[in-house]
Every structure is written in structure tokens, then in C-alpha cells.
Write a protein that binds this ligand. Structure first.
Ligand code: AP5
Ligand code: MG
Length: 216
């Protein structure tokens, strides 16, 4: 199965991608996570991406297309993958089409996660992740079963992202509306767009994704 999760910052792409990994055993390809890893490792790509990400802008198409082209070649993508945060511009979507056509692969679905802008700031500013395994949590919406201990790996260190402040979120939202929202009509015309109500609670959204995939 090959899926795209499409939605604004804080829509729940990463949260639902983790659940789809557990359900279908396919890889989660988050360009945001890969870029953050590159920044932390101080690679050439990381050095180019750091200031752009902290300013809430989009990293250049050539960098992210290159990252995805390398990543889909890896063994864990053989059975499929979930694209989380890619593509984000029409140029990236076109590059993905070409990449898949060259490999005679097809997308099963593009899932649009619909969330009101007003809900996103609270979601993002409350978010934190396990430093050891990357499992995602939220101060109010998704707490570990035992406070301070990761449910998945037992880790006790957690991180918050440098771009998760109200000011940068507003800039990321602008980038979404200007550069990424045009992908909705692009995939609608191809007949691959399926929408879910991202305002529902996390389990309900997972159920809706399962239902639209099984129906489609
Ligand atoms: P990226 O890491 O992709 O960030 P984003 O798109 O801004 O999305 P987020 O990760 O913030 O949100 P999410 O939808 O994953 O939500 P989550 O599940 O965590 O990109 C970061 C930056 O990298 C970009 O700004 C750009 O600079 C660069 N970049 C990345 N990809 C790029 C590309 N392709 N091209 C160019 N540049 C690129 O949920 C958020 C919180 O809400 C969590 O705490 C969660 O617990 C909670 N939550 C989730 N679902 C619900 C729900 N249904 N109800 C209540 N709470 C919920
Ligand atoms: Mg994410």
C-alpha cells in the first residue's frame, strides 16, 4: 500500500502515520523527521535546512525530492509506504508522479486530513515526542499511560520541536495554504483524494482512515 497523508501542520499526519505503520507494516516516510535528523547530525542537507525550518518556510524541492528518491529505494519500502509531509508543492507532486511511473508503482490513496486552522496552534504547542523512539504525545490530548514514561519504549526523555511555537506555526500555516493546498485539486482531478475529519478524536480519525481505505 502506498499512501499520502496531506494536511496542515498539526493535522495529525505523524500520529496517524504511526498507527498505519502498526496496522499495515509499511514504512513511514516523514520528510520533516528526516530533515530534523539531518539538522541534528549536522549534515550538508541539515545545514541548508535548519534556518528555513526555523523560519517556518519550505525547504527547497530539490533537497526533499532527493531525500524521498533515496528513501523509497530502501528495503523497508518494498511493501509500501506512507508519505507524511511530502509532497508539499506541485513541483514535488510532479516529481513523485515521475518517480513512481519509472518504477511502475501506483499510489493507492491521498488522504486529506481536514482540520480548522484555529485548532492547530493548541495541538502543536502541546506536542512532545519520546527522545528515544519518536513516539508522539500531547500535553492534554495524548498523554503517556504513566506520566513521564513513554508507552512504547519506556524512555523518560522527551523533546519539543524548535518550530513548535505560535509565531512559527502561523508562518507554517501560511506556507501550507499558499504552496500545499493546491495539491488538493491536483489529486482530486486524478481521482485519488479521500477526505477524513481531522477534528475528530485520534481513535475516530484512525477509524475513518481505515474505512475510506477499505471502501476505496
Ligand atoms: P513537518 O515535520 O512535516 O511538520 P508539519 O507538516 O508542519 O506537520 P506537523 O509534524 O507539525 O504535524 P502533524 O500533522 O504530523 O501532526 P501530529 O500528528 O504531530 O515539517 C516541518 C518542516 O520541515 C516544514 O515546516 C518545512 O520547513 C520542512 N519540510 C518537511 N517536509 C517538507 C517538504 N516536503 N518540502 C519542503 N519542506 C519540508 O499532531 C500534532 C499534535 O496534535 C500531537 O501532539 C498529537 O498528539 C495531537 N493530535 C493529533 N491528532 C489529534 C486529534 N485528532 N485530536 C487531538 N489532538 C491530536
Ligand atoms: Mg508530523
Amino acid at each position: 500500500m502506498r499512501l499520502i497523508l496531506l494536511g496542515p501542520p498539526g493535522a495529525g499526519k505523524g500520529t496517524q502515520a504511526q498507527r498505519l505503520v502498526d496496522r499495515y507494516g509499511i514504512a513511514q516516510l516523514s520528510t520533516g523527521d528526516m530533515l530534523r535528523a539531518a539538522v541534528a547530525a549536522g549534515t550538508e542537507v541539515g545545514l541548508r535546512a535548519k534556518a528555513v525550518m526555523e523560519a517556518g518556510d519550505l525547504v527547497s524541492d530539490d533537497i526533499v525530492v532527493g531525500i524521498i528518491a533515496d528513501r523509497v529505494e530502501q528495503d523497508d519500502c518494498q511493501n509500501g509506504f506512507i508519505l507524511d509531509g511530502f509532497p508539499r508543492t506541485l513541483a514535488q507532486a510532479e516529481a513523485l508522479e515521475q518517480m513512481l511511473a519509472e518504477k511502475s508503482l501506483q499510489l493507492n490513496a491521498v488522504i486529506e486530513m481536514q482540520v480548522d486552522d484555529a485548532a492547530l496552534i493548541g495541538r502543536i504547542t502541546g506536542r512532545y515526542t519520546c527522545a528515544a523512539c519518536g513516539a508522539g504525545y500531547h500535553d492534554r490530548n495524548l498523554q503517556p499511560k504513566v506520566a513521564g514514561i513513554c508507552d512504547k519504549c519506556g524512555g523518560a526523555d522527551f523533546n519539543r520541536r524548535a518550530d513548535d511555537n505560535a509565531e512559527t506555526v502561523a508562518l507554517r500555516l501560511n506556507a501550507y495554504h499558499e504552496q500545499t493546498a493546491p495539491l488538493l485539486p491536483f489529486y482530486q482531478k486524478k481521482g485519488s483524494l479521500l477526505a477524513v475529519d481531522g477534528m475528530a478524536d485520534i481513535d475516530e480519525v484512525s477509524g475513518q482512515i481505515k474505512a475510506v481505505l477499505e471502501a476505496g
